[in-house]
Design a binder for this molecule. Sequence first.
Ligand code: F6R
Length: 260
Amino acid sequence: MEIVIVPDASAAGELIAAAITDLLTDKPDALLGVATGSTPLPIYRSLAERVRDGRLDASRARICQLDEYVGLPAGHPESYRSVVLREVVEPLGLTEDSFLGPDGNAADVAAAATAYDRALAEAGGVDLQLLGIGTDGHIGFNEPCSSLASRTRIKTLTRQTRVDNARFFDSIDQVPHHVITQGIGTILEARHLVLLATGEAKAEAVALAVEGPLAAAVPASALQLHPHATVVVDEAAASRLKLADYFRDTYAAKPAWQKL
Ligand code: F6R
């Protein structure tokens, strides 16, 4: 894993947006896996800015979702489909045709999850998957003790995750209990994983994922298995890393670090 410590969330957004720009320059129809939540928003803002000022041509990019709530009515503003359309697809000037996501309202949710796993493979696999991390160490919605080999499926959210996500709803009671999430095994098939964590609240989860043992109890530790995984953290999220100075030195010594 490469650990990159940056001063703040905005620097992280710029760095990752630059990596995505490089990817889309090399492969204009790359499949970009996006995460929702607050953390990746600086990335999406920077990408939109690059499209507006002509530094990025994203017109052939394809976008896919990491996870989705089960049972929110179609078009609900907090369904992850709506969020990704609003924050990524529309600002990049793309349409729903370039977008893949699981159907959280399917009559058979388990079949919809399996179909989504298959659709990702049929699309040629994810080129770059953005990830956030939960305070409990989850990636996607693979909560602690998810199988490291899991495929896209239904999961039940922990109370902690529902508390964390209640800020997007009027009350915690409105946060769905169930989700469809890419499995850890599915996520590991992406060609490049980029996990972004910002803020002190993520510091412990980051330290466990990066410096702790590989463990299903800390799903983000599965990135240790991936040959091309990048973890970008701001100073606050890096604050519990014992090897922080080593990571800083490595980053400073690497030439042309725009390419993650
Ligand atoms: C969202 C997702 C989650 C979030 C994580 C962090 O699609 O898969 O794993 O990335 O819960 O959320 P924020 O960024 O809101 O702290």
